[in-house]
Design a protein around this ligand. Structure first.
Ligand SMILES: Nc1ncnc2c1ncn2[C@@H]1O[C@H](COP(=O)(O)OP(=O)(O)O)[C@@H](O)[C@H]1O
Ligand SMILES: [Mg+2]
Length: 209
């Protein structure tokens, strides 16, 4: 049965779409991977369109942009045909976000080291608890040295919130790869961004397999 990783966080701009695209592109090298965009903003859809229009071939990825009442059936269909399904979700807790969380094997919650991100994550973690789904927080856009980051990590750990060991720095490589329809592991495989993404992927696969 496929692993479903839903990237969810009720705040916008925390890195959901970036994570979904990058994890999918990295996993697709040796797995059958599907992406499901359930966010009406459709940034992941644009990323995939850019990817499909590239002259040089990229590793194949199944893409779907179903939302609303068809989401659960579409997720089931994708699960039957793939090893991993990554779901990008809208920046609010609405019906689609709930369905995306309900269908997940793991809910991945990106949090930038700032108080509003942490507060917004609490709502998403509560939703995962209500839906009885495991969740994990990944710190994203972490500055090289940050007291706030350390304070936030300590606070999350003290509250027994599920913080991953892997985190992603604030790396322009994520934005430039995204603009080209690629993940960092494709656009700049030797970059720090790609190394960090690999560590995150290994940690996630360790939790889900
Ligand atoms: N680790 C990172 N380093 C640098 N920029 C990032 C990183 N993660 C996300 N971004 C940038 O942050 C912005 C918001 O990211 P996005 O994935 O669209 O968030 P969301 O889907 O949660 O709204 C984008 O411009 C993206 O390129
Ligand atoms: Mg998004």
């Amino acid at each position: 049965m496929a692993i479903v990783i839903t990237v969810a966080q009720q705040k916008g701009g925390t890195g959901k779409t970036t994570l979904a695209a990058n994890l999918a592109a990295a996993l697709a090298r040796d797995r059958r991977v599907a992406l499901l965009d359930s966010d009406p903003q459709r940034s992941l859809t644009r990323w995939h369109e850019t990817r499909s229009a590239r002259s040089a071939p990229t590793v194949p990825l199944t893409f779907s942009d179903v939302s609303g009442w068809r989401l659960t059936a579409e997720l089931d269909r994708l699960k039957r045909l793939h090893d991993v399904v990554l779901v990008d979700s809208p920046p609010q807790i609405d019906t689609d976000a709930k369905l995306a969380v309900r269908g997940a094997s793991l809910v991945l919650v990106p949090v930038q080291p700032s108080a509003p991100d942490v507060w917004a994550a609490e709502g998403t973690l509560k939703l995962a608890r209500e839906e009885k789904r495991p969740a994990a927080i990944v710190l994203n856009r972490v500055p090289p040295v940050s007291r706030l980051r350390d304070a936030i990590a300590a606070d999350l750990t003290a509250r027994k919130l599920p913080l991953l060991a892997a985190s992603l720095g604030n790396r322009t490589g994520f934005a430039s790869a995204f603009a080209e329809g690629l993940g960092v592991s494709e656009a700049a495989p030797r970059s720090t961004a790609a190394t960090e993404l690999r560590a995150l992927l290994d940690e996630l696969l360790g939790m889900t397999s």
